[in-house]
Design a protein around this ligand. Structure first.
Ligand code: CA
Length: 514
């Protein structure tokens, strides 16, 4: 735990300028860009209408959902748009651990989704997170929305000695100041799924229950942050703002889950219109969820548009890097499975990822297998802090290939897929370890995952040719295609070694029983 290089705080980072101070001068001298990271939960990469436009359609071999996303479509035209961005562990908490710390789950501390029964899974307090680095460089750092990176404890600020949620098992959590990793503006919660009845805690632990659609409400907060309405940030200093919406995550069952104006685009659509792909099983009970899910996609788009307009009105758009992405996708009735995430199917494992940095990076569609693990080093580098990337970061800095006239860099050729499940429980029923039940790899052509039991017997192999079979309708039989399987196993082995994964350290690939 102590052998990680700690980030040294340079003197320049301590030159805090108070609100109303000599901000103007600082503003003109500002070299480093602001960073806005927009992170809706469970947002399918396919739920972006622009993919059906010719420029984009020729880059992918699947169709976009019939969604209304005009603001994101416009943004895509100004951004680098990734077609194959991957969530290494397509589940809320593990993704957030990777994104925030730049480390794979075994080092970030988040090996499983965070909740009451899993005391071992939470963001390590001593991890050097992306926000710790920006903070040390003099940035204001704001976090708005869903965090889901902490183990719930009885630290309810309103009722000390109790959990913030009275239902068991407890999922939601309050994150105290010492666990906020440099975020000095705070309006957040752990995890909670009532889109029109959200709640938040501010930096002092005050609780708010605004009874509003969470995406509308959080965008209002984000706009106030941009305006610096109430001294949310240091005037004249650059900022990092993470805006982590819960929608279009479930629930998506009724008008309790979305706004009328967004639902209006989909209310008259039949199943044959809602589903454009041949891998969807529209006989599933869940099938009509697509209307409410798409309504939330449009709700996110509508608010994204409001935020971008404000950024422009304030004249901040030129020197601000804006990222739009998600923690994982949503299979939405594909393959007839109920679990919308936590698998290697393209619709769950890949995510939207768009970066806009005016004057610095050119619009294009990028097919690189950019992974969650690469986000922290790449974002720090894009903002001009390549020398400050902590040694603890395990991914690649691909900023040089994104920047105009950029130099060559180590471009990822594949993405690691990780799935852990509960390991052994103690006498109190608490999960004290994890079992690394599946590992896999996505390359430019194939997706493959191997699921095992504790004796290393292979329980399931998914193997798809994503070039010939974009909807992953045909699971290639690995026993009948040993050469292909061996080739992909070699690539997976190398990736596991690179990630210092438990499958590598304990030699799982050589112990597999067929
Ligand atoms: Ca999630």
């Amino acid at each position: 735990m102590n052998n990680l290089k700690r980030y040294a705080i340079p003197a320049i980072g301590l030159a805090a300028v108070s609100c109303g101070g000599p901000g103007q001068q600082e503003n003109q001298d500002q070299q480093h860009p602001n960073v806005i990271y927009i992170l809706p939960d469970q947002f399918r990469n396919q739920a972006l209408n622009f993919w059906n436009e010719p420029e984009y359609q020729q880059q992918v071999n699947w169709q976009a959902d019939p969604v209304h996303t005009p603001n994101l479509d416009r943004f895509a035209d100004e951004s680098v748009v990734f077609a194959n961005a991957c969530s290494n562990f397509p589940l809320s908490s593990p993704y957030r651990g990777i994104f925030l710390s730049g480390m794979y789950p075994e080092r970030s501390g988040i090996v499983l989704n965070c909740m009451e029964e899993r005391p071992g899974s939470e963001l390590r307090q001593d991890a050097t997170c992306i926000s710790d680095v920006f903070k040390a460089q003099g940035y204001s750092c704001g976090y708005i929305g869903k965090l889901h990176a902490d183990f719930p404890t009885k630290n309810n600020p309103q009722r000390p000695g109790t959990y913030v949620d009275e239902r068991h098992p407890v999922w939601d959590a309050y994150t105290p100041a010492e666990r906020r990793h440099g975020f000095d503006y705070w309006y957040s919660y752990g995890t909670f799924d009532e889109h029109k009845n959200p709640h938040y805690w501010d930096k002092d632990g005050n609780r708010y229950d605004p009874k509003e659609y969470s995406v509308d409400h959080e965008t209002d907060k984000a706009i106030a942050y941009l305006r610096n309405e109430h001294g949310e940030r240091m005037d004249g200093q650059p900022f990092l703002m993470v805006l982590a919406y819960n929608p279009p995550h479930s629930p998506y069952r009724s008008m309790n889950d979305c706004m009328e104006e967004d639902y209006a685009y989909y209310k008259d659509m039949g199943l044959d219109e809602l589903y454009v792909r041949e891998n969807a099983d529209t006989t599933m009970k869940k099938a009509l969820a697509a209307r409410y899910y798409f309504a939330n996609v449009t709700g996110v788009d509508r608010n994204f548009g409001r935020l971008m307009k404000e950024l422009e009105d304030l004249g901040l758009d030129d020197n601000t890097i804006v990222v739009f992405t998600a923690d994982h996708g949503e299979t939405m009735c594909s393959h007839g499975i109920d679990e919308p995430k936590n698998n290697i199917y393209t619709e769950a494992f890949t995510v939207p990822f768009m970066i806009r940095y005016p004057g610095k990076i050119r619009h294009r569609v990028e097919k690189t297998l950019f992974s969650a693990i690469d986000i922290m080093p790449t974002m720090l580098s894009l903002a001009g802090f390549s020398a400050e990337i902590p040694e603890s970061c395990e991914g690649r800095d691909i900023a040089p290939m994104l920047l105009e006239n950029g130099e060559k860099c180590d471009i990822p050729q594949s993405a690691l897929y990780i799935k852990n499940v509960n390991g052994k429980r103690d006498e109190d029923g608490l999960v004290r370890s994890f079992f690394p039940v599946a590992r896999g790899i996505r390359t430019a052509q194939y997706s493959m995952s191997i699921q095992i039991d504790p004796d290393c017997n292979i329980k399931d192999v998914k193997l798809f040719n994503d070039v010939d079979d974009p909807y992953q309708l045909y699971n290639i039989d690995y026993r009948q295609n040993p050469d292909l399987f061996d080739e992909l196993c070699d690539l997976l082995r190398a990736k596991l070694e690179e990630a210092n994964d438990v499958w590598f350290r304990e030699g799982y690939m050589d112990r597999l029983k067929y």
